[in-house]
Write a protein that binds this ligand. Structure first.
Ligand code: WQD
Length: 344
C-alpha cells in the first residue's frame, strides 16, 4: 500500500484533512507548504488528533530557488508518491491576476514531478476541481462531461490534468489520479482542524459559518432567479472527511494497479443542495440565526452542478457517506470552537 506520501499544501484545509486520513491509515507524510494560505498551527493540530506522522518542509514549490532543497528533501523522505494540493485557488482572484495563477500553479507541478522522478516515486493524486466543467453539462455530471473552465483558476487545473495525462502517456511508469472536487465543506469531528480562509470568505459555507459565529453581519445570496427548485444556486457539497478518504482510496488504487496510466474521478456526494437549503441546514446545526438578503447574481456563477460519482465507487471502492447535517454540524463545531480560525 502507498503509505509514505508527499502532501503539497498539507497545512491547508483539504491538505490537513488528507494528512489526518493518511496518518490514521498508518501512513507517513512529508508536508511541503509555504503557508501562503494556511497556518503552521494546522500541523500541531494534525499531531494532536492523528499522531506525529507528518513532517514539514517549509518551502515554495513555485520558487525556482527552492527547487534543489525540495528535491533533496523528497528523495530523503523515500516516498511512494504524492498528493498535490499546493496552489492558488480563488476563482475571483484568478480573473484579476491570471498570470500570477499560471506562474504559481504550473511551475509548482513541474518541480513536484522533477522531485518524484528523482525519488523514483512516479505516483501523483492531483487536486483538480469540478470547475473544469464550466456550464457545459447537465447534472449529474460524469467524467465524460465536456470541459470548459470559465476562469484562469479552473484553466490551471485543466492544464495540469492534461499535462499529467501526457506524462503518463509518455512514460507508463507514471501512475496518476486527477480528482475533480465538487464543493468541500465541513471539518474533522474533533473540531481541531477546519477551513480558515484569508480575509472575507469567497465560498458559501465559511461565509455562513462566520455569520453564525458573529464575525460577519449577514450573508448575500447571489441570485434567487436561477432555473433551480428554489431559484438559488445548486451545488454538490461533500464532507471534507469523505474527500480525504477519497484521496487514500486513490493512493491505494494506484499502488495496487500495475499500469493505470492517468485516471480521472469526480469526488462529489452526487446530490444537489441549494443555497437556501444550506442556510436552513446550518441554522439547524448551529441553532443560530443566519441573517441574509438577496443580492444580484455573481459573475461566473452557474445555476446548478452536481456529480455522478459512480466511477469512483466502481474503481476506487469509494463513496461519500456523510450527510448535509453532518457537514453543517462538523463545520459549526470547528467554527464555534475556533471563531478566529487558527489565530485563536
Ligand atoms: C456556492 C454557491 C454561489 C457565496 C468554487 C470554485 C470551486 C471550488 C469551490 C476551489 C453558489 C452561492 C456563495 C456567498 C452565495 N473552489 N454563494 N453567497 O462557486 O460553487 O465553487 O468554490 O477549489 O473550484 O469554483 O462555490 O461556495 O463560492 O458558491 O450565494 O457569499 O453559493 O452563488 O451558488 P462555487 P461557492
Amino acid at each position: 500500500m502507498a503509505r509514505r506520501i508527499i502532501v503539497t499544501g498539507g497545512a491547508g484545509y483539504i491538505g490537513s484533512h488528507v494528512c489526518v486520513e493518511l496518518l490514521r491509515a498508518g501512513g507517513k507524510a512529508l508536508v511541503i507548504d509555504n503557508f501562503a494560505n494556511s497556518s503552521p498551527k494546522a500541523l500541531e493540530r494534525i499531531r494532536d488528533i492523528a499522531g506525529a506522522g507528518a513532517e514539514l518542509l517549509r518551502a515554495d514549490l513555485a520558487d525556482a530557488n527552492d527547487a534543489a532543497r525540495i528535491i533533496d528533501a523528497v528523495k530523503a523522505f523515500r516516498p511512494d508518491g504524492a498528493v498535490h494540493l499546493a496552489g492558488l485557488k480563488a476563482v475571483g482572484e484568478s480573473v484579476a491576476e491570471p498570470v500570477r495563477y499560471y506562474s504559481v500553479n504550473l511551475p509548482a507541478t513541474f518541480t513536484l514531478i522533477r522531485a518524484l522522478e528523482a525519488a523514483n516515486a512516479r505516483m501523483i493524486v492531483f487536486s483538480s476541481s469540478a470547475t473544469v466543467y464550466g456550464d457545459l453539462n447537465a447534472s449529474p455530471v460524469d467524467e465524460t462531461g465536456a470541459v470548459g473552465p470559465t476562469n484562469p483558476y479552473g484553466r490551471t487545473k485543466l492544464f495540469i490534468e492534461e499535462m499529467l495525462n501526457d506524462l503518463a502517456r509518455a512514460d507508463a511508469r507514471w501512475k496518476i489520479c486527477n480528482l475533480r472536487y465538487f464543493n468541500p465543506v465541513g471539518a474533522d469531528p474533533s473540531g481541531r482542524i477546519g477551513e480558515d480562509p484569508n480575509g472575507v470568505p469567497n465560498n458559501l459555507f465559511p461565509f455562513i459559518a462566520q455569520v453564525a459565529v458573529g464575525r460577519l453581519p449577514r450573508l448575500k445570496i447571489y441570485g434567487d432567479d436561477y432555473p433551480t427548485r428554489d431559484g438559488t444556486g445548486v451545488r454538490d457539497y461533500i464532507h471534507v472527511c469523505d474527500l480525504a478518504a477519497g484521496h487514500v482510496a486513490a493512493l491505494d488504487y494506484l499502488a495496487r494497479e500495475k499500469a493505470p496510466g492517468a485516471q480521472c474521478f469526480n469526488l462529489g456526494a452526487g446530490k444537489g443542495i441549494s443555497v437556501l437549503e444550506a442556510i436552513a441546514a446550518f441554522k439547524r446545526a448551529s441553532n443560530r440565526d443566519i441573517p441574509h438578503e438577496i443580492a444580484p447574481r455573481r459573475a461566473g456563477d452557474i445555476a446548478e452542478i452536481y456529480a455522478k460519482p459512480d466511477r469512483a465507487q466502481k474503481l476506487l471502492g469509494w463513496r461519500a457517506t456523510r450527510t448535509l447535517d453532518d457537514m453543517c454540524a462538523d463545520h459549526w463545531r470547528w467554527q464555534s470552537e475556533n471563531p478566529n480560525g487558527y489565530q485563536d
